[in-house]
Structure formats: structure tokens, C-alpha cells
Design a protein around this ligand. Structure first.
Ligand SMILES: Nc1nc2c(ncn2[C@@H]2O[C@H](COP(=O)(O)OP(=O)(O)O)[C@@H](O)[C@H]2O)c(=O)[nH]1
Ligand SMILES: [Mg+2]
Ligand SMILES: [Zn+2]
Ligand SMILES: [Zn+2]
Length: 389
């Protein structure tokens, strides 16, 4: 099997170099005592929770190896570079990394909070899939920084601090789905959702761009979030009560996408004139703030639960494309079509209504079409059937 990419530090890890971690003592049997794992502490930037039974290199067989110090067999695998645990499901199925990108204020944090909530609840049930955080830090951060403020306190999320001041590490989730296969009856397939809640300015600063670049380079698919309120031509479509934003060239969606596209092209060795094959979903956020008039596809909800509604997909794609052209943002569509062989246009709303005074609207969080980009990507990866009519 091919080498895998560590979803934490994005190092390429040849299968034979995966390391193991001793299970430690339990009861009166053999086992190593916890020691400070310097490599893990360096990665998390803290020695808290970094005292663990030792990690070791071993040839291993079928995902297991015996600890050289105490002899106890273990199945816990870790990345040799950063010593984060590599979940078995991730090692065993070729997981795919989905990266999320967007300018400051595009709605990334809110989207992450709502998408994860939906995947753990309504959409998870619909797709017969489970979403599991791959480590305790991810669970803690999701609860503390996303779920609690937005769902419990009904507050908008605070601006993401830049990684230059606060170390930011990706949140890693495994979406596992049982699918029918032509050859075997049912197989489980996993999609790794690696979510980096980037501050917009981080994509500009050279120092922090490194980890972000490795993240993007490792991505098998990208979701770009675009704030339609940043598109000058969309101003006329704002519903009343939405404050008009002042233009910031750094937040210009085309600039953000171009900043990400260049390194992707280099990494994938795309020749001039050729297009990138990485599928990209480009989604307008906050569509609740727009009066899209006579249009209907965006406002409708999708049909065909449990599969990708292909007619609906085409209708939404065309409608968003038409909106972009109407808003003199046809450049964006043109750029995408020149750079990417496979891109889909989406429109979604995480909140489902306008926030007021830093609070979610009185009706609560009412997401609209937040899962669409992910369903499309699952379909692209052969993990979700398409349906028509
Ligand atoms: N109307 C509306 N506003 C939203 C929505 N999602 C985010 N916003 C607004 O956009 C702001 C920035 O969102 P945030 O998720 O923090 O953006 P980030 O900087 O990309 O992480 C929020 O404070 C909200 O005011 C949405 O679905 N609808
Ligand atoms: Mg944010
Ligand atoms: Zn041991
Ligand atoms: Zn790693």
C-alpha cells in the first residue's frame, strides 16, 4: 500500500516507518511507565497530556508490534515525525484529506461548528455514517471553541486568532461510511476531515504559511468558502439590515483562491496550460443574507436522502455560476475553470438567518445546505451514489 500522510503534521510516512506506542501498565501485567514524549510535546506546544508510555520503531505485522522494553504487544500506531496517534481506520483504508480554506470573516469557524454538528446528528443518520474525532484535543477544542459558544450560548464565534500568536493545530475527524461495492458486499470507507481553522491573514504571512502549505499540499480535495458580501457586485442583492462591508483586497475571494492555487500547481507539477485534478468545492457562505430573487434551486432543499441528487447539483452549480456573472464576479468562475478540471459551485448558510448583536438569531441555528460540498466530494470519491429524477 502507498505511504500515508500524517493528518497532524502532514509528513509522508512510508508504511514501514510507522511507529508504535506501548500500551503501558494495566493491572499487574508487564508494561512501561509513562514518560514525557518530547516529540509530541513539541508538536502540541505543551507538556500537558504528553506523558505517555514510550513510542518505538518496529517492523510490526498486521498493525501490531511487541514493545522492545516490556514485551507487551501493542496495536497503537503513531506518526514517526510528530508522535500523534494514527487511528487504525486511517491506516487501514486510504483516507482522504479534505482541506478548508477561506479569507478572514468568510464564515469558516461558523461553518466548521455547524458542519460537524450536522455530521454528528442529522446528516450522519441520513448517510449512515459516523464521525469520530481522532484525538482528545480535537474533541476538547470542538466542544470548547465551537459547540459550546454557538449551540449552548447562542453566541457568534470569536475571531480566530492568528497562528503567529496562538499555535493552531488541525482538528482531525474520521468519517466512516459503509458502502456497497461491486466486488465485496459491504465495505467501510473512511474520509479524513482535517480542519484547520485558519485566520485569514495566515495565508499571507510567510512564517505560518509553511504548515498551511503542507496541509494544502496533502489535500485530496479542497473546500473554498467565499463570502458573497466581499463581492462588490453582490451589494445590490443584500437583504435589508445587512451591513455593507468595506472592501479589503486581502479578503478578495479571487486573491485568496489564487494564493492557494499557485503552490498547489507547483506541488502537483501541473504544466502551464494544464489544470489541477484536485476536486474543489467553492461555496458561497451566508446566502441567507442575499435576496436571490426568482431563483429557486439554492433556496430549495435537496431531495434523495442518502445519495447525491445529481439534478439538484447541476441546478445549484448553474445558479451560483449565473449569480457570480450577474455580480461581475465572472472572473472567479473563469479562473476556476482555467485552473481546475473538476470544480463545483455551492451556496450555503451555516446560521440560516442574520445574527444580531453577536448572537445567533432567535430561531437558533438553522443550517441550509451546509453538507452539500461534502456530499459532492463523497460522490467524487466513490463513497456516495448519485441519483436522478
Ligand atoms: N448571515 C450570516 N452570517 C454569517 C453566517 N456565518 C457567519 N456569518 C457572519 O460572519 C462572521 C464571521 O464568521 P466566522 O465564522 O467567524 O468567519 P471566519 O473568520 O472565516 O472564521 C460571523 O461573525 C457572522 O456575523 C451565516 O451563515 N449567515
Ligand atoms: Mg474563524
Ligand atoms: Zn512497553
Ligand atoms: Zn505527524
Amino acid at each position: 500500500m502507498r505511504a500515508l500522510t500524517c493528518p497532524y503534521c502532514f509528513a509522508r510516512v512510508p508504511r514501514g516507518e510507522i511507529e508504535y506506542r506501548c500500551l503501558g501498565r494495566s493491572g499487574r501485567g508487564p508494561g512501561c511507565e509513562p514518560v514525557l514524549d518530547e516529540r509530541l510535546a513539541q508538536y502540541t506546544g505543551s507538556t500537558a497530556n504528553a506523558s505517555l508510555p514510550p513510542a518505538f520503531a518496529a517492523a510490526g505485522a498486521k498493525g501490531r508490534a511487541d514493545c522492545p522494553a516490556c514485551g507487551r504487544p501493542t496495536g497503537r500506531r503513531v506518526c514517526p515525525a510528530c508522535h500523534n496517534a494514527l487511528p487504525s481506520a486511517y491506516c487501514d483504508t486510504p483516507g482522504r484529506i479534505v482541506a478548508l480554506v477561506g479569507a478572514k470573516n468568510a464564515g469558516k469557524s461558523t461553518y466548521i461548528a455547524v458542519l460537524l454538528h450536522e455530521l454528528m446528528n442529522r446528516v450522519g443518520i441520513e448517510l449512515d455514517s459516523s464521525l469520530v474525532a481522532c484525538d482528545d484535543r480535537t474533541i476538547d477544542r470542538y466542544r470548547r471553541d465551537f459547540a459550546r459558544p454557538l449551540y449552548d450560548l447562542k453566541r457568534l464565534l470569536p475571531t480566530t486568532p492568528t497562528a503567529a500568536t496562538t499555535p493552531n493545530e488541525p482538528m482531525v475527524f474520521l468519517l466512516t461510511r459503509t458502502v456497497r461495492s461491486r466486488w465485496r458486499s459491504r465495505v467501510s470507507e473512511a474520509l479524513t476531515l482535517v480542519l484547520f481553522d485558519t485566520a485569514g491573514e495566515d495565508l499571507r504571512s510567510r512564517d505560518v504559511r509553511d504548515l498551511h502549505l503542507r496541509y494544502l499540499e496533502a489535500a485530496d480535495a479542497v473546500i473554498f468558502l467565499v463570502d458573497p458580501l466581499e463581492l462588490a457586485g453582490a451589494k445590490s442583492a443584500l437583504i435589508t439590515g445587512v451591513p455593507v462591508q468595506t472592501a479589503d483586497p486581502d479578503s478578495d475571494p479571487l486573491n485568496v483562491i489564487a494564493r492557494v492555487t499557485e503552490p498547489l500547481r507547483q506541488r502537483h507539477g501541473v504544466k502551464p496550460g494544464d489544470r489541477l485534478k484536485v476536486p474543489v468545492a467553492v461555496a458561497l457562505t451566508k446566502v441567507d443574507a442575499l435576496d436571490t430573487g426568482r431563483r429557486s434551486a439554492l433556496q430549495a432543499s435537496r431531495g434523495h436522502p442518502g445519495s447525491l441528487d445529481l439534478d439538484d447539483r447541476e441546478a445549484v452549480h448553474e445558479e451560483v455560476r449565473a449569480l457570480l456573472h450577474e455580480w461581475q464576479a465572472g472572473q472567479l468562475d473563469l479562473y476556476l475553470s482555467q485552473q481546475y478540471a473538476d470544480y463545483g459551485l455551492f451556496g450555503l448558510s451555516a446560521l440560516g438567518g442574520l445574527p444580531h448583536d453577536g448572537q445567533v438569531g432567535t430561531a437558533g441555528v438553522r443550517p441550509h445546505r451546509v453538507e452539500d460540498p461534502l456530499l459532492w466530494l463523497l460522490h467524487r470519491f466513490g463513497m456516495l451514489d448519485g441519483a436522478r429524477g
